[in-house]
Design a protein around this ligand. Structure first.
Ligand SMILES: *Cc1c(COP(=O)(O)O)cnc(C)c1O
Length: 362
């Protein structure tokens, strides 16, 4: 089999040992004689899986007792609607810090439900303090890692007691965070947690139960709390793989272990870009993402050539988001260090080739 390194922004690379375990257990899960996909979600073995996943996530992220862990569907995108439906309360006002495309999409949905104040961030992400927010806001929403722009918060906003809600889809479990400084954290699984189909929400208990009577049952957080995330059939296979990913994170040093590895990987690629006279990254150093690293040359043609050659060498999905162009390497937890080393070697080789022939027509 051809060696491939998958730099996709999502659905993304999964840890190899997780895929091997899935393969090994596929036809006969834990002696049941059935695939995990065939098991009733009300059965003992599946109860163990979903409870095990919650326990592991609580342990890895050090989630306090006052928080519920919910397994939802509809992706991070449905949270753009569920959050305002459940959290806006009587005032109907919330503040959204806009740092990129996903924040904009979150604003668009929330604006259908309440009054949204937008705080537009410059290219970098400053340290926000309570003076930046409206006193009547029911919550402050941020996108803590901007998957498309390649930026992240290094200091989380000081909201002065207003619940902080964070879309952590593209960097959950990539570095330790203090859960107690958030009211709600959510993430679609397909970047750092598992396959697509399941979305995790970590919600402070006092924020649950405020949705209006008219809110559909499936869109209320309390429905998931009261039914152990099984009011209806959950995405059982996705939750099973998510649990295996959490086991893998634990075996590999937990979130601190992931952070060390992620810093090393991102450091390698940023150094390569910064030292290069061909490639560049537009993000101010202080706001650089550890997960999603956009880079480009100043020629569309050279970008195209780079992507073609990269693909031939087994570097997959390096094409930048269509709104940005150029290239993007997503270095999620499951991307091995050797993948980044190989990419950096290839970039240096490509640059040397370009310099050697200097025939680039602009
Ligand atoms: C990928 C992504 C989303 C969208 O996730 P879906 O699960 O496809 O809805 C939202 N926010 C961020 C930050 C993302 O990276």
């Amino acid at each position: 089999m051809k060696q491939v390194f998958n730099f996709s922004a999502g659905p993304a690379v999964l840890p190899r040992p997780v895929l091997e375990k899935v393969q090994k257990e596929l036809l006969n899960y834990s002696g049941t004689g059935m695939s995990v996909m065939e098991l009733s979600h009300r059965s003992g073995p599946f109860e163990e899986i979903i409870q095990g996943a919650e326990t592991l996530l609580r342990e890895l992220m050090d989630i306090p007792e006052e928080y519920e862990v919910l397994f939802l569907q509809g992706g991070a995108s449905l949270q753009f609607s569920m959050i305002p439906m459940n959290l806006l309360g009587e005032h109907g006002v919330a503040d959204y810090v806009v740092t990129g495309s996903w924040s904009k999409k979150a604003v668009k949905e929330a604006g259908k439900i309440g009054t949204i104040h937008q705080i537009k961030s410059p290219g970098d992400i400053p340290a926000y303090t309570k003076e930046d927010f409206s006193p009547e806001a029911s919550y402050v929403h941020i996108t803590s890692n901007n998957t498309i722009e390649g930026t992240r918060y290094t200091t989380y906003p000081e909201t002065g007691g207003i619940p902080l809600v964070a879309d952590m889809s593209s960097h959950i479990l990539s570095e330790p965070i203090d859960v107690s400084s958030f009211g709600l954290i959510y993430a679609g699984a397909q970047k750092n947690l598992g396959p697509s189909g399941v979305t995790v929400a970590i919600v402070r208990k006092d924020l649950i139960g405020k949705a209006p009577e008219t809110c559909p049952t499936m869109l209320k957080y309390e429905t998931y709390v009261e039914n152990g995330s099984m009011f209806n059939t959950p995405p059982t296979f996705a939750i099973y793989v998510l649990k295996l990913v959490l086991e893998w994170v634990k075996e590999n040093g937990g979130v601190a272990g992931m952070e060390a590895l992620n810093r090393e990987k991102a450091g390698l690629l940023y150094s390569c870009i910064d030292e290069s006279s061909l490639f560049s990254n537009p993000v101010p150093e202080a706001s650089r993402s550890l997960m999603n690293i956009p880079f480009t040359t100043d020629s569309d043609e050279v970008n195209k050539l780079f992507l073609e050659q990269a693909k031939r060498r087994g570097f997959e999905f390096l094409k930048g988001h269509r709104s940005v162009g150029g290239m993007r390497a997503s270095l999620y937890n499951a991307m091995p260090l050797e993948g980044v080393r190989a990419l950096v070697d290839f970039m240096k080789e490509f640059e040397a080739d370009q310099g050697g022939t200097s025939h680039v027509d602009h």
